[in-house]
Design a binder for this molecule. Sequence first.
Ligand SMILES: Cc1cc2nc3c(=O)[nH]c(=O)nc-3n(C[C@H](O)[C@H](O)[C@H](O)COP(=O)(O)O)c2cc1C
Length: 196
Amino acid sequence: MEARTITAILGSPRRRGNTDTLAMEFLKGTAERGSDHRLIVPADLGISPCDGNSLCLKDGNCIIRDGMNEIYEQVLNSPYLLIATPVYFMGPPGSLKVFIDRFQAVWARGAILKTFDPDSAQRRAKHKAFAIVTAAAEEEPAMYRPTISIIKAFLNVTGFDYAGEIIATRLDEPGDALKREDLLRRAREAGGQFVS
Ligand SMILES: Cc1cc2nc3c(=O)[nH]c(=O)nc-3n(C[C@H](O)[C@H](O)[C@H](O)COP(=O)(O)O)c2cc1C
């Protein structure tokens, strides 16, 4: 993985909707500073939910064989992470929650096996994350806060510093974000600052 590669996790199952639009604008900002990116779309991975078998507590690996298998190291080794997601019933869409839950295997490495230290200052200095959350409603913290909390829990387990967020509200139809110059500019500027 290149030192300046951003891994962007696109949480919406609706492709080219508001979340994708703002995420791609953010990535334009990072590209202007010389970074490249790779995309992960949980809804396209065909992954199964964690079944709570707890076998990962033995060795930090998930026994389910599917599209997640190569994802763990891709995410953990990425210096920069973007998580972009819509709010669905106050949380992330099911496919993104399934993706996050499967990182229980990494939680086991940190909390039980002590083979991975997500809190080490050395790691945190080199691993940064940014969140973009889209929603249809008016800006109302009670509506988007659960999603932010879930994203932060994921980042704590995987060892990423939370560098910032954009909460983009009043976005409903898939083309709505394209009409919001303010948001597009904010996303692009935030991308540039993220990798500076
Ligand atoms: C199943 C579902 C549940 C949703 N729940 C909420 C919600 O609780 N609060 C909200 O503000 N918007 C909610 N929305 C609207 C989306 O968050 C909004 O349309 C967002 O812009 C979709 O992003 P996308 O275009 O990237 O898919 C929901 C949409 C769907 C399809």
